[in-house]
Design a protein around this ligand. Structure first.
Ligand SMILES: Cc1cc2nc3c(=O)[nH]c(=O)nc-3n(C[C@H](O)[C@H](O)[C@H](O)COP(=O)(O)OP(=O)(O)OC[C@H]3O[C@@H](n4cnc5c(N)ncnc54)[C@H](O)[C@@H]3O)c2cc1C
Length: 817
């Protein structure tokens, strides 16, 4: 085949909407020398049979950004690439049955307003006026999203493909990729029946086949792609004369799409009938057992109908829109949708593999495909994205996502596709993947557990009679059975001693001649001296906050780097990229335990237990020690903001230490208390306050940036320029005169009626007895005393900018005691 390309910059494996959009956006950014391989015809995977709904609604900022971008792109794409398409922005109405649902809608509406999406809240009566066939007597309210709509997924994919081809990119259909080989210099050969293609970068966009394609990357550092496949159905009804009459009377318009999220379905006008798509709790996974293996090829195929599974939901929909009872079902589509364990796609660098990317496992790929192409092109070409995309980054999963986990989580997410994600609610499926050596003791003390990168940690400690049911967490409010306990835990840390078992704290050893110089060239600031520990920051080339690590220095060229549990694979890669020969980097996360022991009486507690260590060594010191005769390392830091040490020890030694410390009177505290304590101290949390949405200087981390050091660290030039020009935004601490809820992530901050920023975290400070929020606001407003208003679940509250210092113990006298 003469025109078969033997070379390309990028090869994309998979020609669904996501692969096509990635190709299109690469070409738009100037990378036209790219090839897309499709094993069958374009759209043969999930794309061809998708219902084509394109919502913008999301309670995730990153997902909303992607979906909003898609709607903007789809509205202009037909013209942009000269390929007419059926795209109807008919709007949607989302039905609320409860107060909590109304609060969720208000939150999304506020985020939408910030992004330029003009959603509206309607009363049930207003909804009835606009949608005469809707039964509204039992509704609390309705959210209207004018930008919602539907598109023909095949036309969309073809339009993206045409646009890409017109710019010079190549699409080769009926040409399955059969394997990959990576070369010494990090480039690839992608093998196909028709020949090999040499390329710089490869993208796995293989939809529900992504796990299979992912296997090829294992020899080069890859892992099993965390995913499973669900069967999803929608049914089409016969034409309904009343719907036709309504459309005619309304200038050919379609009725807005209904999402009855508390019942779990969408209902959309399709021609003059309906398309009903349920997400049923008694759902069905496919291709998960040896008895039901995934076929080599399922192109353009469907499963048989399985209406029994969805009959309750269908009955409910018929009550909601009684008109539906007049028509029969004309056809049913039952096709595969891939699910990652949290229902969000995998987009970004492939974990462990250089020059490889994932853009796969999309459950809402039609809605997200446009935005996904933009994000993928940025990852591939720039190595960084405009918006922080951690929510979908493949590195958010590590080694605990085995088959059992993926299947149970996928089914849980599918059956709760429209569920509210309350802040204190921990989803119950597939738990206990990674347990601390003292897990049993923590649970025995009343630990109510949460999962952090697969590790079980106590969120709070219940006492006899406390309600630990999941139902008790169904609130956006601060109050619940945990509230009094969290207060007690914070007070124990403030007045006595508390202990928190923190399994899964990511821990890397970096060692070898030149390790210090290597680090200096990567971090924005300075290194600690041997025997000391510092916070160090890594920026990207734009000076934005890539990550934060605690750096413990043992000798000139020997470090332990400690970082958030969730950051394990992400941060390992940050350290590993460009690691020179002769320096070793190893992950020891699972070998050690960490306990935070904090409070003014900590020193006395250790002395009473018998300690071999110098407890007068100052803040940020670390030393080998024994406590109660058991070896450990004492690190004089405290995320809780009191006198205290982190006790690092081997798994083997931890049970004895935990038992000794608790028996000596330390009160167990949990992650909720820790969050409250850290908010009072100005300590930022990873991927909320610390994200690539903000530069180091915007984040108020100036003191960790040394522009005068000789090393040319990533982001140095950008930060230098930003320093000269002044920052656009600035990190602030706010005291909020809040009601029953504290400000969640991405609550809008306004000044004089104009949105001027957003919160990055919020919660109640039990030592200062106030609702605290961290925010990023227009730099000129970052002046103590500035009064803003913050929108919390639809209500406005006064929020006042505080001095740029911790709210609790601003001089750090307690930590240094
Ligand atoms: C019934 C149903 C209704 C849905 N409705 C909606 C909706 O309303 N809105 C929405 O947003 N989403 C919807 N979805 C989900 C949506 O269909 C998917 O999220 C989306 O199509 C995924 O696109 P993709 O490009 O990632 O994957 P796919 O479309 O599956 O594309 C992957 C492609 O990779 C190809 N491929 C695989 N292996 C190879 C190989 N080795 N070499 C070359 N090519 C290969 C496949 O042939 C396939 O064409 C629905 C899904 C179902 C089942």
């Amino acid at each position: 085949m003469s025109d078969f390309p033997t070379k390309a910059r990028v090869v994309i494996i998979g020609g669904g909407v996501v692969g096509a959009s990635t190709l299109y956006h690469l070409a738009k950014k100037g990378w036209t020398d790219c090839v897309l391989l499709e094993k069958n015809e374009l759209t043969a995977g999930s794309t061809w049979h998708a219902a084509g709904n394109v919502p913008t609604f999301s309670t995730s900022w990153a997902i909303m950004n992607m979906q909003r971008y898609s709607t903007e792109l789809y509205a202009r794409l037909g013209e942009e690439v000269d390929y007419p398409m059926n795209y109807h922005q008919s709007g949607s109405i989302r039905l609320a049955h409860t107060k909590e649902r109304m609060q969720e809608f208000q939150r999304a509406m506020s985020m939408g307003r910030y992004q330029g999406i003009k959603m509206e809240m309607w009363t049930p009566e207003e909804a009835k006026e606009k949608y005469p066939f809707l039964e509204t007597h039992d509704l609390a309210g309705v959210l209207f999203d004018p930008s919602d709509g539907d598109i023909d997924p095949a036309q969309l994919t073809q339009a993206l493909a045409k646009g890409a081809r017109d710019m010079g990119a190549k699409i080769i259909r009926f040409c399955p990729a059969q394997g990959v080989t990576q070369h010494e210099d990090g480039t690839w050969t992608v093998h196909t029946e028709k020949g090999d293609i040499a390329c710089e970068k490869v993208v796995n966009a293989a939809g529900y086949y992504a796990q299979r394609v992912g296997e090829w990357f294992k020899p080069y550092g890859g892992r099993t792609v965390p995913m499973m496949v669900m069967s999803h159905q929608y049914l089409l009804t016969e034409q309904i004369p009343e719907v036709e009459a309504w459309s005619k009377a309304n200038g050919g318009k379609k009725l807005p799409l209904i999402r009855d999220v508390d019942v779990s379905y969408y209902l959309r006008q399709e021609k003059h009938g309906y398309n009903l798509g349920p997400y049923e709790p008694n759902c069905r996974a496919h291709w998960e057992t040896d008895a039901d293996p995934m076929p080599d090829d399922f192109s353009f195929q469907l499963w048989n109908d399985d209406l029994d599974r969805i009959e309750d939901i269908v009955a409910d929909a018929m009550e909601r829109v009684p008109l539906m009872q007049t028509s029969g079902v004309s056809s049913v589509i039952n096709g595969p949708i891939p699910y990652a364990p949290d229902g969000l796609p995998l987009m970004g660098p492939m974990p462990g593999v250089k020059n490889a990317f994932e853009a796969c496992v999309f459950t809402f790929g039609i809605a997200q495909g446009g935005g996904a192409g933009k994000v993928m092109a940025e990852w591939i070409i720039d190595g960084a994205t405009e918006w922080d995309m951690w929510a979908v980054d493949p590195r958010r999963y590590t080694d605990y996502t085995d088959h059992d986990y993926c299947v149970k989580k996928g089914m849980e997410v599918y059956g709760n596709e429209y569920a509210m994600h309350f802040p204190q609610h921990e989803w119950p499926a597939a738990r206990d993947k990674k347990l601390s050596p003292v897990h049993g003791a923590v649970v025995a003390k009343g630990g109510v557990m949460g999962a952090f990168n697969g590790w079980e940690r106590a969120n709070w400690f219940a006492k006899d009679g406390d309600d630990t049911s999941l139902e008790a967490t169904h609130t956006w409010g601060r109050s619940g059975p945990w509230e009094a306990r969290v207060k007690e835990e914070c007070e124990a840390v403030r007045d006595g001693v508390g202990v928190l078992d923190l399994p899964g704290f990511s821990r890397f050893n970096l060692e070898g001649e030149g390790a210090a110089e290597y680090l200096r060239g990567k971090i924005t600031g300075g290194l600690p001296k041997a025997g000391r520990m510092n916070l160090v920051y890594f920026a990207d080339d734009r000076g934005r906050i890539l990550t934060e690590m605690s750096c413990m220095r043992h000798a000139e060229d020997h470090f332990t780097m400690i970082t958030a549990g969730a950051a394990q694979w992400h941060d390992f890669e940050v350290l590993k990229n460009d690691l020179p020969a002769g320096i070793s980097l190893t992950d020891h996360t699972t070998e050690f335990g960490t306990m935070i022991v904090a409070g003014p009486k900590t020193r006395a507690l250790f002395e009473a237990l018998g300690v071999e260590a110098d407890l007068s060594l100052g803040w940020l010191s670390h030393q080998d020690a024994t406590v109660a005769g058991t070896p450990c390392r004492l690190v004089r830091v405290s995320f809780a903001g009191e006198l205290g040490w982190e006790v690092h020890c081997t798994n083997q030694n931890q049970p004895a230490l935990y038992a000794a410390i608790t028996e000596a009177g330390a009160v167990p505290f949990g992650m909720y208390a820790l969050n409250s304590l850290r908010l009072e101290k100005g300590y930022r949390a990873w991927k909320g306050d610390l994200s690539t949405d903000y530069s180091m200087l915007e984040g108020g981390l100036d003191r960790f940036v040394k522009l005068d050091k000789p090393q040319d660290f990533p982001g140095k030039a950008a930060l230098f320029a930003e320093k000269q020009q002044g920052v656009a935004k600035r990190f602030v601490t706010l005291i909020v005169e809040a009601g029953e809820c504290d400000a969640p992530y991405m609550s809008c901050l306004s000044y004089g009626g104009e949105i001027v920023g957003e919160t990055t975290s919020g919660g109640w400070g039990h030592r200062v007895n106030a609702s605290i929020a961290y925010g990023m606001i227009r730099a000129d407003l970052a002046v103590p005393g500035t009064e803003l208003s913050v929108d919390i679940y639809g209500e406005s509250f006064r929020a006042v900018v505080q001095e740029d210092q911790p709210l609790w113990d601003p001089e750090n006298a307690r930590i240094r005691a």
